[in-house]
Structure formats: C-alpha cells, structure tokens
Write a protein that binds this ligand. Structure first.
Ligand code: HEC
Ligand code: HEC
Ligand code: HEC
Ligand code: HEC
Length: 254
C-alpha cells in the first residue's frame, strides 16, 4: 500500500470510528434494548455480587410471584383518581388495588415513589426487602413519580377498558361508558404497535385483545425493556412529537 493510500485509510478509518462511536454507545437509542437506559440497574453491589440487567424486576428463583417472576417489592397503595369518577365518555375510572394483576401495578411498584428502587425479593442467596441493594428512592417532586400516595389524578386512564374493534369492553371491573363515541378509537391499535391486554378465565391479566374484554396498561404506551417496538424517548411505542407514528393517534382516531 502506498503511503498516501495508507494515510487515506487511516483518516477514513478514524472518521468511521468517530461516526460509529455514538452508534455503538447508543444503548439508549429507542428500540435498542435495556442496556444503559433509565431501566438498566445492573452493576450495583449486592453482597459482593454485581446485579444484572433484569435483577431489579425479575428473578429466576424465589420471586414474589411466578407470573413474570416478579422481584420488586410491590406498593401497598390502592390507586384511584381523586378528582373524577368517570371519563368524559362515561366510563367509571377504575380502582387499581393491590390484587390487580396487570403491568400497571408493577410499574407503580417503583413509580409511585413509595418503595425503594433496590427493594427486591431475592438476589445472591438473600432477600433485600427493607435493606435495598441500592437505596435510591424517588424523592417527592421527582417528575418520574406517578400516583403519589395512590392518587392518579391528572394521569391518562390505565388498567382501564379499551373499546377494541369498536365494542364496549369490561376490564378491571369497569365498562366502557354508553356515551363514549366508539368510532373515536382505532379498531385495533395492535396493528400500530400498541400492546393491549385482557383478563383470562382466571381473571389474570394477559397480553392480547379479546372483543368485549380488552384494556390498556402503562405498557400499552411504554415498553420497559426499550424493545424493538419503541420508537422514541421514554420507552414510547410511538413518537412523542408530531410524526406519522404519533403515540396518541395510535389509539385515538382523531
Ligand atoms: C424496570 C423493570 C424491568 C426490567 C429491568 C426488566 N423487565 Fe421484563 N418486564 C417488566 C414488566 C413491568 C413486564 C410486564 C410488561 C408487560 O406485560 O407489558 C415485563 C415483562 C417481561 C417478560 C414477559 C414477556 C413479555 O414481554 O410480556 C419477559 C420475558 C421479561 N420481562 C424479561 C426480561 C428480561 C430478560 C430482562 C433483563 C434483560 C428484563 N425483563 C428486565 C419489567 C422489567
Ligand atoms: C425497579 C423499579 C422500576 C420499575 C419496576 C419500573 N421503572 Fe420506570 N424507571 C425507574 C427509574 C429509577 C427510572 C429513572 C428515574 C430517573 O431518571 O430519575 C425510570 C424511568 C422510566 C421512564 C423514563 C425513561 C427515560 O428515558 O427517561 C419511563 C417512561 C418509565 N420508567 C416507565 C416505566 C413503565 C411503563 C414501567 C412498567 C412497565 C416501569 N417504568 C417500571 C424505575 C422503575
Ligand atoms: C396513553 C399512553 C400512556 C400511558 C398509558 C402511560 N404513559 Fe407514561 N408517558 C406517555 C407519554 C406520551 C409520555 C411523554 C410525555 C411528555 O413528555 O409530555 C410519557 C412519559 C412518562 C414518563 C417520563 C416522565 C414524564 O412524566 O414525562 C414516565 C416515568 C412514565 N411516562 C411512566 C408511566 C407509568 C408508570 C404509566 C402507568 C401508570 C404510564 N406512564 C402510562 C404516555 C403514556
Ligand atoms: C393505548 C391506547 C391509547 C393511547 C396510546 C392513548 N389513549 Fe387516550 N384513551 C384511551 C382510552 C381507552 C381512553 C378511555 C376511554 C373511555 O373509556 O372513556 C382514553 C381517554 C383519553 C381521553 C379522555 C379522558 C376523559 O376523561 O374523558 C383523552 C383526552 C385522551 N385519552 C388523550 C390522549 C392523549 C393526549 C394521548 C397521547 C399522549 C393518548 N390519549 C393516548 C386509549 C389511549
């Protein structure tokens, strides 16, 4: 290789590295997985063993419950909307009590600010309940706190029925109100990358929609794992701004 070509190669190589560097560090880019996101709690010292990426939410053994192998201590709060009894469409806003099995309860185990982030059932042969792995809590006033003290006032309905295929739904003990304009919702937002839920025969929440029995949860709009369906910041399954995949019109036909 001639010297000139060698230098060209080195310079182009360095330029390529500069361009590639933000990409290889882009664990936080939408849809690229949990690594380095706000939900990556790996690397904390738990009795001399470093926690993994899943530890704060899931554990293979001695989980709080088998379903989702859930590891994070749950909030004792019962959630409800203090300033409204029903939506404009006449759907009674639900109560989310500790027995609810939908994803919202698991999100709020950290996002209502009542439980330490590292308060988990099991890791490295011991429990960390009451003795969190890393005593990071959400302070009062932290914008990430939702449903402080159990009050959901001002928040979009969750654990709430969705009128799948233009039909009223019953979910979490509440039914789409008769005055709700059913044509105001997309018939099947799953086609737009939205995650819907239903209650199975045992009353346990499971992913997927069933006519008459469909609801939305926090994870209808967010994927806590920053999975492939995430299109923008905040783990959103759509765009935060006015793009073709705007998150709100994925469900609302407006
Ligand atoms: C910040 C908390 C959090 C972390 C960290 C986390 N998960 Fe999850 N995971 C959840 C929640 C909440 C759900 C339920 C969401 C839903 O059903 O939409 C879930 C659901 C799942 C499911 C059920 C399948 C599905 O998608 O419905 C699997 C499998 C899973 N997680 C695996 C993992 C693995 C593996 C890791 C680590 C690489 C991980 N999760 C890290 C919160 C977390
Ligand atoms: C183990 C505790 C834990 C669980 C469970 C959890 N989160 Fe988080 N979440 C956090 C923490 C801590 C942050 C970062 C807070 C900060 O940056 O101050 C965060 C940040 C976020 C953010 C902002 C992301 C960003 O890029 O700024 C969103 C959105 C979010 N969580 C949604 C959810 C949803 C939805 C669920 C359930 C599906 C969930 N979280 C479950 C602890 C948790
Ligand atoms: C109907 C869709 C939708 C649902 C359901 C939803 N979110 Fe969000 N969430 C959003 C959007 C959109 C944003 C960005 C808002 C903004 O920046 O103005 C957001 C932002 C956030 C943030 C970032 C901080 C903030 O306030 O801007 C957190 C944390 C969060 N959501 C957690 C949750 C949790 C926990 C739940 C369930 C209790 C939930 N979300 C349910 C759409 C939703
Ligand atoms: C996952 C589907 C979904 C997404 C995404 C979604 N919504 Fe909703 N929205 C619903 C459902 C379901 C209801 C409750 C309808 C009812 O029963 O009255 C609702 C209700 C509402 C209401 C009426 C509240 C009331 O009291 O009547 C407004 C306003 C609203 N959403 C705005 C938004 C905005 C703004 C966004 C984007 C940030 C958004 N929604 C994203 C499904 C969604």
């Amino acid at each position: 290789m001639k010297a000139k070509n060698l230098w060209t190669t080195i310079i182009l190589g360095a330029a390529a590295l500069l361009v590639a560097a933000p990409l290889t560090m882009a664990g936080t880019a939408p849809g690229t997985g949990i690594e380095d996101t706000a939900h990556d709690f790996s690397g904390r010292n738990a009795g001399g063993v470093t926690t993994g990426k899943c530890t704060f939410c899931h554990t293979p053994h001695r989980a709080i419950q088998t379903r989702l192998l859930w590891n994070h201590t749950l909030s004792a709060n019962t959630f409800s909307w203090s300033d409204a009894a029903e939506t404009q469409g006449g759907t009674p806003l639900p109560t989310i009590d500790p027995s609810w099995t939908g994803p919202t309860k698991f999100c709020l185990s950290c996002h209502d600010g009542s439980v330490a982030i590292g308060d988990i059932a099991w890791f490295n042969k011991q429990t960390w309940v009451g003795n969190p792995v890393d005593n990071t809590t959400h302070g009062a006033g932290d914008p990430v706190n939702i449903g402080l003290g159990g009050d959901m006032a001002g928040n979009h309905p969750v654990a709430h029925p969705f009128p799948f295929q233009g039909s009223a739904s019953t979910y979490n003990g509440t039914t789409t109100g008769a005055p709700a304009l059913l044509s105001g919702w997309q018939p099947d937002p799953q086609a737009n990358g939205i995650r819907l839920f239903h209650e199975d025969a045992l009353g346990t929440v499971a992913a997927g929609a069933v006519v008459g029995n469909t609801g939305i949860e926090c994870s209808s709009c967010h994927d806590p794992h920053n999975g492939a369906g995430v299109q923008d910041v905040f783990f959103l399954r759509g765009e935060i701004g006015d793009g073709p995949d705007y998150i709100c019109t994925k469900c609302h036909n407006k």
